[in-house]
Design a protein around this ligand. Sequence first.
Ligand code: DX5
Ligand code: ZN
Length: 217
Amino acid sequence: MKETIIAPSVLAADFSHFAAAAAEIDASGAEWVHLDVMDGRFVPNLTFGPKLAADLRPHSKGIFDVHLMTEEPGALASAFAEAGADYITFHIEAAIHAHRVLMQIHELGKKAGISLVPSTPVSLIEELLPFADLVLVMTVNPGFGGQTLIEGCLEKIGALKRFREQKKLSFLISVDGGINAGTAPAAREAGADILVAGSAFFSAGDKKAFVRLLKGA
Ligand code: DX5
Ligand code: ZN
């Protein structure tokens, strides 16, 4: 079995010390850096734009996993591509022409992901899955870190895995929201390839041990 990828979210970092947060992520053994972009419209919170990704890029060896929680995600894709994003993921709930946005991200030379809020079923994105490199299953309502994982959302992972097998697709399945040492085993057993962790990562004393724990090692 492939090792679970860990993607700490800088949403839970001290916003006056992003470079230090990137260094902590690199040193922890986590492979990805999750960047939560919020516009105050799609979600009731604001974070940062592409300049943060660009400024952070030289401070990190990790894969930049940009999670757009924004309206009109297509309008931001090229700026994040230029800023050094590796994966650009947007919400199906924010994009009527989602296929076009996936294509746009691919044309920029980046991997494209699609995300689902807890109330959105997998069936809504089936037509898009052949064009996606990643599916981000939200296990909390997006907008804030530190919330409790909604267990029922984990069932979507199984549905995605079955669809992936049936159609011989290769998208990665990522889980975001309320992941900690207690909830990670269920997400891994359900079949997640990537676990995003914000508050649990930044509050862990020994980050290397925490990452090993999340990986189930
Ligand atoms: C929530 C964000 C998450 C968040 C996870 O809107 O998309 O990535 O940072 O934070 P925790 O791990 O604290 O739930
Ligand atoms: Zn996120």
